[in-house]
Design a protein around this ligand. Structure first.
Ligand SMILES: [Zn+2]
Ligand SMILES: [Zn+2]
Length: 614
């Protein structure tokens, strides 16, 4: 039967496909590609799939060796094993700071007599400099400045942290506008203080302990979610009910300035509560593509206080107005070399400079901030008890998406979602990201420190890129006194634990799986600051003869890693049988160590609460 059928009327269900003929192309294509399997196994064993080849030369023997270092990517699409490892470290960091009952950092040691003497000497120089300025003895001022520089170096060398005072004008050239004069901070553009009670902030970073009637003590902590305001009603899929009424302009500006709003929130909360509240959290997009933030907070704070502070917190953006877009990327202003300024393409008149635009705001008594960011009314807060599954689940929730690009957290699968993403992106592209953003030129204003290389409307800033959704900065936010450790310190902890378990004493071992070999022959990718420099390192090029094809290097790393892993497992078993008092460290191992993806088995529904909005 070969009668033609009308298009669309072909039989709907194809007959079940017979297995392809052995030896046919189809049969061949059904076989997995060995190179894909290699990458899969590399990921399974936590071996970096984009290793950086480094050539190490032993300065004593002259022997060179090429060593693969893990790329250290934080996003899954670049390197899944490295991104997962980074996530585990973040989880360890959050876990360690959340419920601790002691201050993470002991107070600094008292100053020595030498240190005090140096500060006193520095004070005398300051006094003399002031006198010299009054007497207009400029030569003397210059000499004193030189002296001040030397003393400050000595102060640092004596082991004092930070600068004793800001540098004198003329030393630092951080002038606020192009004319070089220092802009007086206008009272006009100052942030208004929120209407909140203010207390003196104690140094304390640990929350309160509660004692029950039976003497049991509790030190609960908290979990908080902050969202932005509504830009119009949305459907369950995150898209606006009425796209024409959805306020994309405000959504874009809010996203860009969200980090500042969060900073203000913590500042206000600490002042209101009177102690140095610590947090660890993340910024993620909601389904409607607006950012929200989840935080683990050490200690408890009354829910009402959190709500009140969130409601009273705002951030004012004192930038020039952007009501009218005067130029487009296709008809942009042009750079005039002689005037050293951006000018109108037709009239050749220079555009308003950044300084002029700010002056205009200062001089206008009716001026208002171009944008004000506030939180939405939805503030979720709940208590979390240390050591519970709830606490573990929350930590996984905080770190759930950090291996993904913001734009990949919620995949747009329908046309409506794609259009929504597109509208937001179009708005983000023309939203100024900073005071130096090239997009200012579209609004007839030369940004701060304007120069010839700006591309009007094509700023390279991260917030303008489609996959950031306006979330351009860091997405993991951890306060200074959270765990008292940096991510790097946590990495060292993991390594120290593995070394202790394996009985490795050499200082050159690594546990982070990059150039893992048998214990004792491992390399230290962090460098050792105490040990004498024994090796010289240089980046090897992929086509260098001693580097070899990536697949060969991956195979070697996987094999080493597999052996390393079984040794580690055996050592763990021995340790578990040998003593029970290792239980605390094993807890660490389960989460920070080599085995398992702690993201597995997470009940998505249970962690869903904070994701719902509007
Ligand atoms: Zn990697
Ligand atoms: Zn920009």
């Amino acid at each position: 039967m070969t009668a033609p059928t009308l298009p669309g009327l072909e039989p709907a269900a194809p007959t079940p496909a017979a297995p392809p003929r052995p030896g046919s192309r189809a049969a061949r294509m059904a076989l997995p590609r060995s190179v894909d399997v290699l990458k899969e196994i590399a990921a399974e064993y936590g071996v970096c799939v984009r290793p950086l080849a480094m050539r190490r030369t032993d300065l004593d023997t002259g022997l060179t060796e090429v060593i693969d270092l893990p790329c250290g990517a934080t996003r899954e699409d670049k390197c899944a094993p490295c991104a997962k490892k980074n996530r585990r470290l973040r989880q360890a960091q959050i876990r360690e700071g959340w419920h601790r009952d002691d201050e993470p950092l002991p107070p600094p040691e008292p100053a020595t007599e030498e240190q005090k003497a140096l500060i006193l000497f520095r004070a005398h120089l300051e006094f003399s400099r002031d006198e010299a300025i009054r007497a207009a003895e400029w030569g003397q001022v210059e000499e004193l400045d030189e002296g001040i520089r030397e003393v400050e170096e000595a102060i640092t060398a004596e082991g004092l942290r930070g600068r004793v005072g800001p540098p004198h004008a003329g030393v630092d050239e951080d002038a606020d506008d192009d004319s070089g004069r220092r802009r007086k901070r206008s009272t006009k553009r100052r942030q208004d203080a929120p209407e909140l009670p203010r207390r003196k902030v104690e140094r304390r970073t640990v929350g309160r302990t509660y004692t029950a009637a039976d003497g049991t003590t509790y030190r609960p902590s908290m979990w908080l979610t902050l969202t932005l305001d509504s830009y119009g009603p949305v459907r369950p899929d995150g898209t606006p009910v009425n796209p024409d009424r959805y306020d994309y302009r405000r959504a874009a500006w809010d996203a860009v300035h969200f980090p500042r709003l969060l900073d203000r929130f913590w500042q206000n909360l600490r002042r209101c509560e009177g102690w140095n509240v610590q947090y660890a959290g993340c910024v993620e997009p909601q389904r409607r593509l607006a950012p929200h933030a989840h935080f683990a907070i050490r200690g408890t704070i009354p829910r009402d206080t959190l709500r009140t502070v969130a409601a009273a917190t705002y951030h004012q953006v004192w930038w020039p107005a952007v009501d009218v877009q005067q130029y487009t990327a296709d008809r942009p202003p042009v750079w005039n070399e002689d005037a050293s300024a951006w000018v109108d393409p037709d009239t050749r008149c220079p555009l308003t400079t950044w300084g002029e635009a700010l002056d205009a705001i200062d001089e206008n008594p009716q001026a208002e901030p171009v944008h004000v960011v506030r939180f939405g009314t939805q503030v979720d807060a709940r208590g979390v008890m240390p050591g519970t599954t709830d606490a573990e689940r929350t930590i996984r929730y905080v770190t759930k998406y950090i291996t993904k690009h913001t734009g990949d957290v919620h995949k747009a699968t329908t046309d409506r979602q794609r259009k929504h993403l597109d509208r937001l992106w179009r708005e983000l592209r023309v939203t100024p990201c900073t005071d130096r953003c090239a997009n200012w030129l579209l609004y007839g204003i030369q940004p701060k420190k304007a120069h010839a290389k700006l591309k009007p409307g094509r700023c390279k800033g991260k917030v303008h890129q489609r996959d950031t959704l306006g979330i351009g900065g860091r997405r993991i936010l951890i306060s200074r006194d959270w765990s008292g450790k940096t991510l790097r310190d946590h990495k060292h902890d993991v390594r120290a634990w593995v070394q202790a378990l394996l009985g490795v004493t050499t200082n050159s071992a690594t546990a982070d799986g990059g150039p893992a070999g048998s214990p004792g022959q491992l390399v230290d990718d962090q460098g050792d600051t105490v040990e004498r420099v024994r090796h010289a390192w240089e980046l090897a090029r992929p086509d260098d003869p001693d580097v070899g094809p990536l697949s060969h290097r991956l195979m070697r790393s996987i094999s080493e890693r597999a052996r390393w892993r079984s040794e580690l497992l055996a050592a763990k078993d021995r340790a578990a049988q040998g003593s029970a008092d290792l239980s605390a460290t094993q807890h660490n191992a389960r989460h920070d160590g080599e085995e398992g993806d702690s993201g597995r088995g997470f009940d998505h529904r249970a962690g869903r609460g904070p994701d719902q909005h509007e």
